[in-house]
Design a protein around this ligand. Structure first.
Ligand code: UDP
Length: 324
């Protein structure tokens, strides 16, 4: 099968490319390299193209037939989306429309889309399943929800079969530390904790200690990037027997506070993780924990990385191997 991995130079996309290649699929990576890294493209040809530039998409699709597309290209920072909403709607919604239209013209009918737990907004229940109301509280989540809606309409109008996977907090790196999470301006919790441990970043700022949680810090559900990639593969298989547009939540079903993540990082690294308290970050809900019951039942997905310390350890191995 020839697959196109849009955003395959990025964190989750590069893990996807690796898994597809391991399963014998031909991989073509499409990426504008705005936040991804050419050196992360190790399992397929790289086409440098921009979803906001339709002619470059057309050129990428011309002369080759893709059996399926995995779409990871996106702006993905909640706080940034609050201050630059137009950029988020452009990249995530208009960019996806451009991709979908190019797929339609070229007769490509299967898509696995990288969605997000942020479509849910402020949770009204402890475990967020697919029936939870979707009321995003930031432009990032709103942009992902808009695409989910577009995919439902595309199924009806154009016969596009799709699965949207709503990741909770992607974390970790490959066991052999060959690819991992690297952003020019790092905002994510686990990389920031590890950078503060290594001294390659400042002391971690805890964004808010006054949330209505047991220790006052935000609670998230951390899920390993390899488990996420595995879910995409299962999602593609799922479409064989289930046409239409589908959405599944992906998480481990257990929440950890920022303070618990810091403690786990200290236990894994054997070093203190310097931190300081800072004001809340705009757009952050207090608690986000997944119920992945439906992904387990329908896709047959079962995360292999269930322990927070094991997830952090895989990220630690990768961070330690970096030249920063
Ligand atoms: N967080 C923090 N300090 C940081 C980065 C993140 O306290 O330097 C908190 C953030 O407020 C959130 C949680 O850690 O409650 C996870 O944030 P991250 O950016 O990793 O993922 P998000 O939940 O935004 O997708």
């Amino acid at each position: 099968m020839r697959t196109l991995v849009c955003g395959g130079a990025g964190y989750i996309g590069s893990h996807m490319a690796r898994l597809l290649a391991a399963h014998g699929h031909e991989v073509v990576v499409l990426d504008d390299l705005s936040t991804g890294h050419a050196q992360a493209v190790q399992w397929g040809r790289l086409i440098q193209a921009d979803v906001l530039h339709p002619p470059s998409l057309e050129a990428a699709f011309a002369g080759q037939r893709f059996d399926a597309v995995f779409h990871f290209c996106a702006r993905s920072l909640v706080a940034e989306s609050m201050v630059r909403p137009y950029d988020y709607y452009a990249s995530n919604v208009v960019g996806t429309l451009n991709l979908l239209e190019t797929m339609r013209r070229h007769g490509v009918r299967r898509l696995v889309f990288s969605s997000s737990a942020s479509v849910f907004g402020q949770p009204v229940s402890d475990m967020v399943d697919e029936d939870h109301p979707a009321q995003p509280i930031n432009p990032y989540g709103a942009s992902k929800l808009m695409v989910e809606r577009i995919l439902a309409d595309a199924a009806t109008a154009y016969g596009l079969d799709s699965v949207a996977l709503r990741y909770f907090n992607a974390a970790g790196a490959t066991a052999d530390a060959c690819i991992g999470e690297s952003h020019a301006c790092e905002t994510h919790l686990i990389p920031n904790v590890l950078r503060s441990v290594l001294g390659s970043g400042p002391a971690l700022k805890i964004f808010g200690g006054d949330y209505p949680t047991p220790d006052g810090t935000c609670i998230r559900d951390y899920v390993h990037v390899e488990d996420l990639a595995q879910a995409h593969l299962l999602a593609l298989d799922y479409l064989d027997a289930h046409p239409g547009a589908h959405a599944f939540n992906l998480g481990n079903g257990r929440g950890f506070s920022v303070r618990e993540v810091i403690a786990a990082a200290s236990a894994v690294t054997g070093r203190a993780a310097p931190w300081e308290m800072a004001p809340r970050r705009a757009g952050d809900p207090a608690v986000l924990v997944a119920s992945s019951r439906r992904a387990k039942a329908e896709l047959g997905w079962s995360p292999a990385w269930t322990g927070l310390e094991a997830i952090i350890e895989s990220a630690w191995r990768w961070h330690r191997a970096q030249p920063w």
